[in-house]
Design a protein around this ligand. Structure first.
Ligand code: COA
Length: 373
């Protein structure tokens, strides 16, 4: 157990940050001192983005101006659209976003760190546009207009996806989900962004690296894997039997467990509530019940709890979002947290370069090529 704890830097304090607490005694999950439940219940995603980027909640005038600014940054340059069109239809959309981020970094490079807030706002606005431009190009064979009148990132996303403005329930649900995913301290993708930033590299390189880290199923990719699991079962009974079998075979159940939380992921209750509500809306008789059955078995068998990725899977599914767009939605949200960490790292930078405990062979004499076996 002691050996295990040191693996993967578990429990290691790797730096200081003013941005977020995760599972801290007496605080729980907070962004800049605000409780996640207060933010999820009362804020909009743009308020949270402003909070993370600027360190304080916007007043009404600042929020209106910030929304207008984000709206004005949704169009994509022609060269980026052509690049997106040339990415094959079968590509995973996380790879599309990683490439889109890089291409934008070529077309609109950050040449000085003083441009970092512009780069952050641009990516926050452009990620839904580039993702759904590529998606609609390949699924509907349309070159869509990526500017919409929707004031919110959530509304813009759903509008581009479904080619119509979303219902208020769906807009609000996605908005809340974006708030829940916005920031989570030194998780793998954020830490990746900070490591890249610490070399004094550019903004787009840090974010492209973070997208690569988020893609994996042990991190952001878990929401897609959770959906595939839930859809495998046609009843709660089948789910119970199936998951018990998977656990007996020591398979991982995606959407459960967490490196930092030990008993509960505070984001889960919000996601679960939204999933239940949407299940009622679409008259789902299977997926929500299957999800609850899996959650029950995981607790009974392993004392493992659903993390943020488990119920967000069915939430997205009930809103008609294809599974392969789930992890990219995480990017559209977490770009806010990543950006805040890039700013913070740059403000007090030190190259991040830890040491390793060497476990290789001891020093050996050199053997010339002709004398080797
Ligand atoms: N399903 C089944 N068993 C799990 C599990 C899961 N989702 N998560 C952890 N475990 C088990 C491990 O197999 C391990 O068992 P062992 O001690 O018998 O070998 C034990 O619980 C400890 O897990 P470990 O992988 O060492 O914890 P970690 O802190 O390194 O991993 C996660 C944390 C999140 C990577 C891990 O829980 C996981 O892989 N979850 C599934 C992926 C996921 O949902 N990721 C999103 C995270 S927000």
């Amino acid at each position: 157990m002691g050996q295990k704890k040191t693996g993967g830097l578990a429990g290691v304090i790797a730096g200081r940050s003013d941005i977020c607490t995760v599972g801290q005694e007496g605080a729980g999950l907070t962004y800049r001192g605000y409780d996640i439940y207060d933010l999820a219940d009362n804020a909009c995603f743009e308020e949270v983005a402003h909070l993370l980027h600027h360190g304080h909640l916007p007043n009404a005038g600042e929020l209106a101006a910030y929304r207008e600014r984000l709206k004005s940054l949704r169009s994509l340059p022609g060269a980026l659209k052509r690049a997106l069109e040339s990415i094959p239809a079968g590509t995973h959309p996380m790879d599309v976003l990683r490439t889109g981020c890089s291409v934008l970094g070529n077309l609109e490079p950050e040449t000085e760190f003083s441009q970092q807030r512009d780069a952050a706002d641009r990516l926050l606005s452009a990620f839904p546009s580039m993702l759904l431009y590529w998606h609609r190009f390949h699924t509907d064979h349309k070159r869509i207009e990526t500017s919409t009148d929707d004031d919110s990132v959530a509304g813009h996303f759903l509008h581009l996806l479904h080619d119509a403005p979303p219902s208020e329930l769906h807009r609000h649900t996605l908005d809340t989900s974006l708030i829940l995913y916005a920031e989570h301290e030194f998780n793998a993708s954020t830490f990746t962004a900070r490591v890249i930033t610490a070399t004094l590299s550019d903004f787009h390189s840090a974010i492209a690296g973070a997208i690569g880290a988020l893609r994996g199923p042990l991190h952001g990719g878990a929401n897609e894997a959770a959906m595939e699991l839930i859809q495998r079962f046609d009843s709660p009974q089948a789910a119970e039997t199936g998951v018990r079998g998977m656990l007996a075979r020591r398979e991982l159940i995606m959407g459960f467990g967490h490196r930092v939380y030990t008993r509960v992921d505070p984001r889960n209750s919000v996601n679960k509530r939204m999933s239940r509500r949407l299940a009622g809306e679409v008259d789902d008789k299977r997926l929500y019940a299957v999800s609850e059955a899996i959650e029950r078995v995981m607790w009974e068998e392993k004392k493992l709890f659903a993390n943020a990725d488990f119920y967000s899977a069915s939430v997205y599914h009930f809103m008609g979002i294809p599974t392969y767009l789930f992890t990219p939605i995480f990017v559209c949200s977490r770009i806010t947290g990543w950006s805040a960490h890039v700013f913070e790292q740059r403000a007090d930078n030190k190259l991040i370069r830890p040491g390793a405990e060497y476990t290789g062979p001891s020093l050996k004499p050199w053997v010339p090529l002709a004398e080797r076996d």
